[in-house]
Design a protein around this ligand. Structure first.
Ligand code: FPP
Length: 249
């Protein structure tokens, strides 16, 4: 691990444990800009982005956050240069190979959500292996959205539900929010309480459209490779100042 902070290893004392988000989601944006500022090729930004991600996962585990979901690759990201797409795929594969042992030791459950069948076979195999090996781990659920799109996720849920109605397995009036959620890729994981987006963009970019109905959003200008425990601490401080009303007064 290249970027592990010895600083802030434990939950800072001014954060209230009972007000921590249970589930944090992250749009890891700004890798390309980070690389450009350093005079490096874009892929080096992704490489450093993986280091930032590794430390955030460790930090969530150290501080007692129960779920972390990150946007690794969107359905739109295939439009990037082939070399960059290949590099991101190799980073995912490398991450799974290198981190599986530590995830097992630290009781981390990893899951991937998205249209995984379109990924290179070797990546799919690594994903299946790591999901199966960690499926009973319970200290933190780490979800990696890969070839993921929120609209596509909602559409595939609609198709499955429509099929069940057509086959007479379901009646239309049985389609509740709960039933719908159980057909999303994220079935079984509570909605995020907090979404962090780096690099200053103020958009959801097709990430967790259904799940973010009531989630708080925190945006920082910091570019993803520079997002460290101190930045995460700031995001959590801001979150703890918010009053969550869920539509009530
Ligand atoms: C956004 O930066 C980042 C991405 C599209 C890819 C991020 C993916 C990783 C870091 C791989 C991580 C996943 C695992 C499990 C290892 P950008 O390229 O859009 O930056 P820019 O907006 O500055 O160009």
């Amino acid at each position: 691990m290249t970027t592990q902070s010895t600083e802030l290893q434990y939950l800072p004392s001014d954060l209230k444990r009972e007000l921590l988000p249970q589930h944090v989601a992250v749009i890891m944006d700004g890798n390309g800009r980070w690389a450009k500022r350093q005079g490096l090729p874009r892929i080096m930004g992704h490489q450093r982005g993986v280091d930032a991600l590794k430390d955030l996962l460790r930090c969530c585990k150290d501080w007692g956050i129960k779920a972390l979901t990150v946007y690794a690759f969107s359905t739109e990201n295939w439009k990037r240069p082939q070399k960059e797409v290949d590099f991101v795929m190799s980073l995912i594969q490398g991450f799974l190979r290198q981190e599986l042992r530590e995830m097992l030791e630290k009781n981390v459950q990893i899951q991937f959500v998205g249209n995984l069948q379109a990924l290179p076979t070797a990546v799919q195999e690594e994903i299946s292996r790591s999901m199966a090996a960690t499926k009973n781990n319970r200290s933190i659920k780490f979800t990696v959205a890969t070839n993921y799109g929120g609209r596509q996720e909602i559409l595939q849920a609609c198709r499955v539900i429509a099929q069940k109605v057509q086959e007479g397995i379901l009646r239309p009036d049985e389609i509740s929010e709960e039933l719908f959620e159980n057909h999303l890729y994220t079935a079984g994981t509570a909605d995020p309480d907090l979404l962090i987006r780096t690099s200053g963009e103020m958009r959801l970019s097709n990430f967790l459209l259904w799940q973010m109905a009531y989630g708080e959003i925190y945006i920082t200008d910091t570019l993803w490779p520079d997002f460290d425990r101190r930045e995460f601490y700031r995001a959590l401080c801001a979150y703890q100042q918010r009053e969550r009303r869920f539509g009530k007064v």
